[in-house]
Design a protein around this ligand. Structure first.
Ligand code: UD1
Length: 367
């Protein structure tokens, strides 16, 4: 084996992205992939289910660093990753998205002078209070290969002086690996196998909802504003709320009154199935908002600024602040939106193969 790639993942959306790229890396001779799970997400429904549904290999390393404050989590990840990197001496470290696992993986590689590839680079929403925004720009800045899912991501990096001042960092417009795996999965999922989870809801129109961002849930007053608005919307269209553990804690600790249908997190196939059957999506997830677009569903993103502005430009999604009146008026507007889902914002479904090929070229030239 000529080249060793160390893939670092740890949070729910990263398992999905890893599934797409890993499949393509396997097709390339001379590359061996070693996988590290940081343990950031650890519940069965937040981690194991993705490994079984997507046929992912058991990671060689599991760092068990979840359930801690951000600094402690990142610090512990870095201590453990430092040893893994020193033991494995990979040719390249591969990271995904914008979580604490992404940042810890990229910094640990940089401090060991290992090349870094970052999938989903260039995402910005210019809100520094979001921990993800910091993770994004630091990871982009230390990465040698930055793979952008959309033109907007690439432009963000160019506007920040990449190529001009950050010369060692190469930028690629690869398309979105989440779109690749979405296309792959919807082709083959078995409706019968996964139908049971939504019971009778799928017979009616319903809104698929998930809220988990620290800025929306950690302050119970803000979460209450969001849930109050969902309770009202629920009287008109049923709301199926998939409750992240972070959100669940705040709802129960503060006795927030809910009328919506609450459900624990579900697997990847079930999510795509629910998306295929729902009428609208309300979320603060950068992943679900894209999957809503792939599934041709109109959506509301409960964040001040867009994560994927191209979806808003196509009139398929609205952004709103986490206030009851804003959410309700956005919902009224959403219903009237004349949306077009035609534009191929996220590429052609071949992002993973572009990424695997560019990594191979980079390794051959540089390592
Ligand atoms: C993280 C990412 C976010 C991503 C999300 C996907 C960061 C800064 N944030 O947010 O970008 O959109 O994952 O879901 O990395 N918890 C459990 N069980 C689990 C996982 C988490 O109980 O399996 C609890 C933790 O103990 C913690 C809370 O949920 O109290 C938050 O988890 P954490 O990993 O810090 O961030 P997320 O909110 O999941």
């Amino acid at each position: 084996m000529k080249y060793k790639i160390l893939t670092i993942i740890g949070a729910r959306p990263q398992f999905i992205k890893f599934a797409a790229v890993s499949k393509e890396l396997k097709k390339i001779k001379g590359i061996k992939e070693i996988v590290v799970h940081t343990g950031q997400h650890y519940n069965k429904s937040m981690s194991d289910i993705f490994f079984s549904q997507l046929n992912l290999p058991t990671p060689k390393y599991h760092l068990k660093t979840g359930g801690k404050s951000h600094n402690i989590m990142i610090g512990q990840m870095m201590v453990k990753l430092d040893k893994v990197i020193k033991d494995e001496r990979p040719s390249l470290v591969l990271v995904y998205g914008d979580t604490n696992s992404t940042l810890a993986g990229a910094l640990s590689a940089k401090k060991n002078d290992i090349a870094i590839a970052h999938v989903e680079a260039g995402v910005r929403n210019y809100d520094e209070s979001m921990p993800e925004e910091v993770n994004r720009y630091i990871t982009d800045r230390v990465s040698n290969l930055n793979f952008c899912a959309t033109k907007n991501g690439k432009n963000n990096l160019l506007n920040e002086g990449y190529l001009k001042y950050v010369q060692y960092s190469k930028i690629f417009l690869s398309g979105d690996v989440m779109y690749d795996i979405f296309l792959d999965t919807v082709k083959k999922f078995s409706e019968i196998k996964i139908k049971k989870f939504t019971n009778n809801i799928i017979h009616n129109d319903f809104i698929l909802c998930s809220i988990h961002r620290a800025s929306n849930v950690d302050n119970p007053k803000i979460l209450k504003e969001i849930i109050d608005s969902l309770n009202i919307i629920h009287n008109e269209v049923k709301v199926l709320f998939l409750v992240h553990p972070r959100t669940k804690k705040v709802i129960s600790n503060h006795n927030i009154h809910t009328e919506v249908i609450l459900k624990n997190p579900i697997g990847y196939e079930e999510t795509l199935f629910a998306l295929s059957k729902c009428k609208y999506v309300i979320t603060d997830s950068g992943g679900l908002i894209r999957e809503a677009y792939f599934s041709r569903k109109k959506s509301i993103l409960i964040l001040k600024t867009a994560l994927w502005p191209e979806i808003n430009e196509e009139k398929c999604s609205l952004n709103t602040e986490p206030k009851k009146s804003n959410i309700l008026s956005s919902f009224a507007k959403l219903k009237k939106l004349n949306s077009s889902f035609k534009k191929k914002i996220f590429g052609k479904g071949n992002a993973s193969s572009i990424i695997a090929k560019e990594i191979k070229i980079f390794l051959k030239r540089n390592i």
